[in-house]
Write a protein that binds this ligand. Structure first.
Ligand SMILES: [Zn+2]
Length: 87
């Protein structure tokens, strides 16, 4: 129980350190605290689903372009290479 609460406190501490860097330009300690609290509520609101950007797909084969996915697009390897070198 103690270890779990220690991890929660440390993760919250890291979050607020990040907010301090984000909102440092406000120059007002009270506004910094207000914005940090709002940002924390936004990030930890269970009603808001976690957001991950959609991965790009190839317009030719409709496979993922990212090479981190095993079955990714290989169309650029199949297309003939253009010669862009100067004459
Ligand atoms: Zn493709």
């Amino acid at each position: 129980m103690g270890l779990l609460s220690e991890q929660c406190i440390e993760s919250t501490h890291a979050d607020y350190n990040r907010y301090d860097r984000i909102y440092a330009s406000t120059g007002n300690k009270l506004k910094l605290l207000e914005y940090s609290m709002k940002q924390n509520l936004l990030e930890h609101d269970a009603r808001i689903a976690p957001f991950t950007p959609t991965k790009r797909r190839c317009s030719i084969c409709n496979k993922y372009i990212s090479k981190s996915i095993i079955d990714h697009c290989n169309c650029t390897k199949l297309l003939p290479q253009t010669n862009n070198s100067p004459p």
